[in-house]
Design a protein around this ligand. Structure first.
Ligand code: ADP
Ligand code: ASP
Ligand code: MG
Length: 481
């Protein structure tokens, strides 16, 4: 269908809060309705209703510990939240009953899976993905029926039919070639009929059909993948704030929308904790040359943030945003004999990787006799244990003196293309913190010249975040404010 393919194609993704209540979902429905005229080929991707994925996973973990008494309450909450939206948005009684029944079956599946975990006494990553995926499998039915109720021909699609992944449960990696083939095969006929496919975000399946998930917050990534393989002209991420802002508006109330960001800047921001976009979303979208926009479901007139190509004239030396990754620990491996230990860094990171922990930041300490890196506080104990086991001999021989962790720290990152090349910016960053007596525990500079990361004690994080944000407000002309 070559002619069909040339028609403007848009992938829209709605996040959990954008579909979390009847009011929110009807807002999402209206956005889809209004976009149909400009975008004859429209694909909707949706997250689970806000709070649902957490509820599903918490219940699964509790069940694996033998605590099944809370399941009844969880089932009720799932039913009440979804049914309330069905009652408000699906006027056709038969259709409403049908959707509620389908959701009821998924709730029964949730309950069965949790009870099986309780019997086995464990929650395997594969079983956790089966449970976690249920949230999107419920929301997609609701949103699709809500669209139909306003006259938009919609069809719910489970991404297990579209996105083919490896078996890395809870953090699955897509096979883009296989995904392209399946996505086109399933979605093209739906689009050709003028219907709007409403696709589950967050999930995929192995080639033999076992459900996987793409990692928490992964519905953005789903939209990026589908946008890339179709390909779409644009991917729009609808969320609950006016695009990407100069800081998390929950932590910094005077944060302002950044109208344009380069792909490198957004990649850095997302990687260093700006939850507004899942960091993996960017790669497939850049590779396929698809436009990306982030906008607010609750303020759809606002243009939000547009991603633009990296270019020299755009990379003025200003700080555009500051992000925070909280609840981290800095782990240090130190010892005077370390220089003589062969492959020490490779072994250290091998030990960390064996625990499945990701390392957001590595820093060079002032002496060469130590290695220092950040891990999430929740993984700290496990990582220290793995390191102590890996270096048991060196510790016994005192080539390594100790392996230790700080208390909770926060990684703050200032982001802006060309910032590091601009004289004086790094100095301003450090004096802003010094003036407020914030002690910088460690520093790491992105090689891309787009960001500088600083590690501060958790108790200084908000003060430091505010101070760095001040720099954006006061030093940028035509910047965030
Ligand atoms: P969704 O459910 O739509 O995927 P998320 O909760 O995952 O939404 O992401 C949106 C949230 O990201 C915002 O409510 C905001 O608190 C947070 N956030 C963190 N950093 C930023 C930032 N720099 N700009 C905008 N939002 C941010
Ligand atoms: N529902 C999933 C989560 O909460 C995916 C997403 O919302 O993007 O992680
Ligand atoms: Mg999100």
């Amino acid at each position: 269908m070559p002619e069909q393919n040339k028609l403007p194609t848009l992938v829209m993704k709605f996040g959990g809060t954008s579909v979390g209540t009847a009011e929110a979902m009807s807002q999402a429905v209206q956005i889809v309705q209004n976009s149909r005229q400009d975008w004859p080929r429209l694909i909707v991707v949706t997250s689970a209703l806000s709070g649902v994925t957490n509820l599903l996973l918490d219940s699964a973990h509790q069940s694996a510990r033998g605590q099944v008494h809370q399941l009844y309450e969880a089932e009720n909450r799932l039913r009440i939240t979804h049914d309330a939206i069905a009652d408000r948005l699906i006027q056709d009684l038969a259709r409403s009953v049908q959707v509620k029944q389908e959701i009821g079956h998924l709730i029964a599946e949730f309950s069965n899976l949790c009870r099986a975990m309780a019997v086995l006494g464990e929650a395997t990553p594969r079983a956790l993905d089966a449970v976690a995926s249920l949230g999107e499998r419920m929301s997609v039915r609701l949103l699709s029926a809500a669209l139909e109720a306003t006259g938009v021909p919609a069809q719910s699609v489970e991404a297990t039919q579209l996105i083919v992944t490896d078996r890395a449960f809870q953090n699955a990696h897509p096979d883009l070639k296989a995904t392209q083939e399946r996505t086109r095969r399933v979605l093209e006929p739906i689009l050709a009929q003028g219907r709007v496919p409403v696709v589950t975000g967050f999930l995929g399946a192995t080639p033999d059909g076992v459900t996987t998930t793409l990692g928490r917050g992964g519905s953005d990534y789903s939209a990026g993948i589908l946008g890339a393989v179709l390909p779409a002209d644009e991917v729009w991420i609808w969320t609950d704030v006016d695009g990407v802002m100069s800081a998390d508006p929950r932590a910094v109330p005077n944060a302002a929308t950044i109208p344009e960001l380069t792909y490198r800047e957004i990649a850095e921001l997302a990687y260093y904790g700006a939850k507004v976009l899942h960091p993996k979303t960017i790669r497939p979208v850049i590779d396929a040359g698809v436009g990306l926009r982030i906008c607010n479901t609750f303020n759809p007139q606002h243009p939000g943030t547009r991603l633009v190509a990296d270019s020299a004239e755009r990379s003025r030396g200003e700080i555009k945003a500051v992000t925070a990754i909280r609840n981290q620990r800095l782990i240090t491996i130190e010892g005077r004999g370390m220089l003589g230990v062969p492959g020490v860094a490779a072994r250290a990171f091998g030990a960390v990787a064996s625990t499945g922990t990701s390392v957001p930041l590595i820093t060079q300490a002032s002496s060469e006799q130590s290695i220092c890196f950040a891990v999430p506080a929740s993984s700290n104990g496990e990582v220290i244990q793995a390191l102590e086991a890996a270096f048991a001999i060196e510790l016994a021989q005192h080539d390594i003196d100790r392996i230790w962790a700080t208390e909770d720290v926060t990684i703050l990152t200032v982001v802006g293309a060309g910032m590091i090349r601009t004289p004086g910016i790094a100095g301003r960053v450090f004096s802003a913190l010094g003036q407020r007596n914030v002690n910088v525990i460690a520093i790491a500079q992105g090689s891309s010249e787009v960001s500088i990361s600083l590690v501060v004690d958790a108790s200084d994080a908000d003060l430091a975040l505010g101070a760095l944000h001040e720099l954006i407000v006061t030093t940028n002309t035509g910047g965030a404010q």
